[in-house]
Design a protein around this ligand. Structure first.
Ligand SMILES: [Zn+2]
Length: 289
């Protein structure tokens, strides 16, 4: 199964980011394209892929982010619009779009969304409060007052299944769609390894102790800038004591039940959507991984 938001085809062209002449050349390239974003939502073209305009569509005072070059060397940009307020949440309709657009487009959109969102939230220096300026072709900000440099954030999140023999532990958060259960998840905290975060989050949310954490796959999740790190761990026992602040319910599900649900048959839970890494994680586990 293909991981959602992965498979981007752009060369991110890092060596060009600090090369002012090269960057000016990319911006002046008449083939240059601008991702059409409004309040971080993508516009689609008639084929269902991402819609692109020319740089003439960029806001006069906008800050350009070089997303990368396609296989022909054509530069692709996003623009941070100074007139737009910080976006909180996301449109429900966005997920219907993500179900349909080509995988590479979803990956390019994820990168653009995360970095544009970061710029909107980091207009001021975290060290001294002065308005900051972009550098590195939009992949950082510098402070003209104290010279601090700030880079786009990626927030690691562990997402995990605890297994005990032929069963796996799944949880349900408050407000989720009816019947939906998924892998447990939580942010990695400062001073923690991935393995320690998996064990802590699983114990906090369900009371289940785990060990022997193994890494399966990762996925960018651009709401706002997470990196989902999918793992499977071995549970010591099956006693569940949920934290009601984090979960509404947690259940043990058999491999046969997971296989049935992933095959679209009725089962004890509704599967997470295919663009979410929890779907891939369940698929790996159901296959015996
Ligand atoms: Zn500063």
């Amino acid at each position: 199964v293909k991981l959602g938001f992965t498979g981007g085809t752009f060369d991110r062209a890092d060596p060009l980011r600090n090369d002012a002449a090269a960057l000016a050349g990319l911006i002046a390239d008449p083939r240059a394209r601008l991702m059409r974003l409004t309040r971080l939502e993508p516009e689609l073209d008639e084929t269902g892929g991402l819609a692109w305009g020319s740089l003439a569509e960029a806001h006069d005072d906008g800050e350009l982010v070089l997303l990368g070059l396609d296989e022909t060397g054509r530069p692709h940009f996003a623009c941070v619009n100074p007139d737009e307020a910080i976006v909180t949440g996301r449109a429900v309709s966005l997920f219907r779009v993500l179900d349909r657009i080509p995988a590479a487009d979803a990956a390019h959109y994820a990168a653009a969304r995360s970095v544009v969102d970061w710029h909107m939230r980091h207009r001021f220096c975290a060290a001294c409060g002065t308005p900051t300026e972009t550098f590195r072709a939009g992949w950082g900000r510098t402070c003209p007052n104290c010279a601090a440099v700030h880079f786009p954030r990626v927030d690691p999140v562990v997402i995990m299944l605890a297994e005990l023999g032929d069963r796996v532990l799944m949880g349900r958060g408050p407000g989720w769609p009816p019947g939906r259960y998924s892998a447990l998840a939580g942010f990695v905290e400062p001073g923690e390894s991935i393995e320690e975060a998996v064990a802590r989050e699983t114990a906090e949310e369900t009371g289940v102790r785990v060990r022997d954490v193994r890494y399966i796959a990762s996925q960018p999740w651009p709401f706002a800038s997470s990196l989902m790190i999918a793992c499977i761990a071995v549970a010591d026992d099956d006693t569940i004591r949920i934290d009601p602040n984090e979960l509404e319910d947690a259940i043990w599900v058999t491999r046969d039940e997971v296989r049935a649900v992933l095959a679209g048959e009725p089962g004890p839970f509704a599967a997470p959507p295919p663009y979410a890494i929890a779907f891939n994680l369940l698929t790996v586990w159901a296959a015996g991984g």
